[in-house]
Design a protein around this ligand. Structure first.
Ligand SMILES: Cc1cc2nc3c(=O)[nH]c(=O)nc-3n(C[C@H](O)[C@H](O)[C@H](O)COP(=O)(O)OP(=O)(O)OC[C@H]3O[C@@H](n4cnc5c(N)ncnc54)[C@H](O)[C@@H]3O)c2cc1C
Length: 485
């Protein structure tokens, strides 16, 4: 009979390491010893400030109080991402969180909006989102708890200091018995028969044994990559940004409840408002922009005084071909990285942790479980990859070699199929397990100027709705609700 896992060793104490430690400690409830090894000398990547709504579920599962968390992590509210200069220069749109308006007669609201739009209505889809109404007016309220309300369907996430989040979770995890060891892993010992990792050795010569290892060592992937040799699948053909510069600055204006993503001739810049400072970054492709130009572009667009030294980060987009091999799972940057647009990284960490909790193995680490974990992970990464590529591909910009390359690049068939279905028939198919739902895709597609040739034929039968009056009514209710905040 297979025995239960008794000792889990997590290598790495960035957001991935401490999120994993906190959730495993909570879920395994002292039945397993958890040790986390981290090296202050190596440090963490030191960026990652914007999140998406499911993070609320993760915190709730840990039993974290929202206001305590926001206060500790210097957090602020995020209702949307504003994309400036993405479709064309001087154009902007928002990707608001949650759904647009509400369903009618079993059809999602965007079908009605599309029909009105194709009939000449000038209003944009975003105007029918409560999150957009609030964000564009610098307001916030909690979603209604009444499913019949038009304020029920919107959602929100946070901006926060990911370093403080890791610190917050460290205190949480240590209280639940997680043992932290400061030190640098310099050697890994594997079993010569089944290749399972047996122990890691620190620079101090301390040996730490384990039955199951979680590789949270960041882009280095010292266990899954270096030791177990799992290959990295490079996605830079489609996602060719490979550098970022991050710097913090003082606030000069009030805090907005949304992230700004401002495209330039060779990438884009972020503005992420935290309570006490602004996070600024420039994400670019080194094929089209030098580090010096990137730094000047970034700093010349910041109005407040800089609070930190600019930090240049190199990255590679893609993923490990497997996240789970033998008795080791990679979570965080060790498993892969897309790029910061749409803030998916902390979510990928959260979702890998919950997958691990669901499929937590015994000592045999069954290949069937490994395969299930790896297949689910692959689908998730590919879905997010497609969504991010859409932002680059669906542009009308051709004013620089960078944007010309975006327009001309081949895209994965899965994405092409989604775009074609929408263009031809007005349908947007997003499956239940996919993170970004129909309304997220529609926000970006229509925001970037893509509309179908015709609305879905089923709409011809919906003659009971006077489109203009219906849209007028929804708009009025949303505005009235916003004005009460
Ligand atoms: C430019 C940029 C912007 C980003 N913005 C966002 C964002 O807005 N939202 C978002 O969700 N995500 C964002 N991310 C991603 C996010 O930063 C990471 O997903 C997140 O911080 C998790 O990182 P990590 O814990 O996997 O790795 P790291 O933070 O790199 O941590 C690795 C850990 O492993 C330890 N370690 C490494 N080697 C050893 C060793 N030999 N011995 C002992 N310890 C070791 C290190 O000391 C460290 O503790 C961004 C990433 C980049 C590059």
């Amino acid at each position: 009979m297979n025995s239960l896992i008794k000792n889990v060793v997590i290598v790495g104490g960035g957001s991935a390491g401490w999120m994993t430690a906190a959730m495993l400690a909570k879920q395994l409830n002292s039945s397993v010893n958890i040790t986390l090894i981290e090296s202050e000398e190596i440090g963490t990547i030191g960026v990652g400030e914007a999140t998406i709504p499911p993070i609320k579920r993760f915190n709730a599962l840990l039993g974290i109080d929202e206001s305590e968390f926001i206060k500790f992590c210097n957090g602020s509210i995020k209702l949307a991402i504003e994309f400036e200069n993405w479709r064309t220069q001087n154009h902007k749109y928002m990707h608001p969180f949650g759904s647009f308006a509400t369903d009618f007669d079993y059809m999602p609201f965007p079908y009605f909006w599309l029909q009105a739009k194709l009939n000449g209505d000038k209003r944009e889809l975003q105007e029918f989102s409560m999150a957009w109404q609030l964000a564009s007016n610098n307001k916030f309220m909690l979603p209604s708890t009444d499913p019949k309300s038009l304020s029920y369907n919107f959602d929100y996430a946070y901006h926060f200091d990911a370093g403080l989040y890791a610190k917050f979770l460290r205190a949480f995890a240590e209280k639940l018995g997680v043992n932290r060891i400061e030190g640098k892993v310099v050697n890994v010992v594997s079993n010569s028969v089944n290749q399972h990792i047996e122990s890691v050795t620190l620079a101090t010569e301390q040996q730490v044994d384990g039955d199951f290892f979680v590789d949270c060592s960041g882009q280095r992937a010292i266990l899954l990559g270096d030791t177990l040799g799992v290959e990295f699948e490079d996605w830079s053909e489609h996602l060719f940004n490979d550098r970022a510069i991050a710097v913090q600055s003082a606030h000069m204006t009030s805090i907005s409840p949304y992230t700004r993503s401002i495209a330039h001739h060779a990438g884009w810049q972020w503005r992420i408002p935290l309570q006490t400072r602004m996070g600024n970054g420039n994400v670019y492709s080194s094929d089209y922009m030098s580090d010096d130009e990137a730094l000047t572009t970034l700093t010349s667009a910041i109005d407040g005084p800089l609070l930190t030294e600019p930090n240049v980060i190199k990255f590679k987009t893609g993923r490990r071909t497997k996240s789970w091999q033998h008795n080791c799972i990679a979570i965080g940057l060790s498993a892969g990285f897309l790029e910061p647009l749409e803030s998916t990284s902390l979510h990928l960490i959260q979702s890998a942790i919950m997958r691990l909790v669901r499929l937590f193995p015994d000592n045999s680490c069954s290949p069937l479980l490994q395969d299930e974990f790896n297949q689910e992970t692959q689908k998730e990464y590919e879905h997010l990859r497609d969504f991010i590529i859409l932002h680059y591909k669906a542009t009308e910009r051709n004013d620089s070699p960078y944007w010309q390359r975006c327009q001309e690049m081949d895209i994965p068939l899965s994405l092409q199929r989604k775009i074609d279905l929408f263009k031809q028939h007005g349908h947007l198919v997003a499956h239940d397990k996919e993170l970004f739902k129909q309304d997220n895709w529609l926000a970006v597609l229509t925001g970037q100027g893509i509309l179908p040739q015709a609305v879905a034929p089923i709409m011809a039968g919906k003659t009971q709705f006077d489109l203009t009056r219906t849209l007028d009514g929804i708009e009025k209710i949303l505005k009235q609700r916003r004005q009460t905040v």
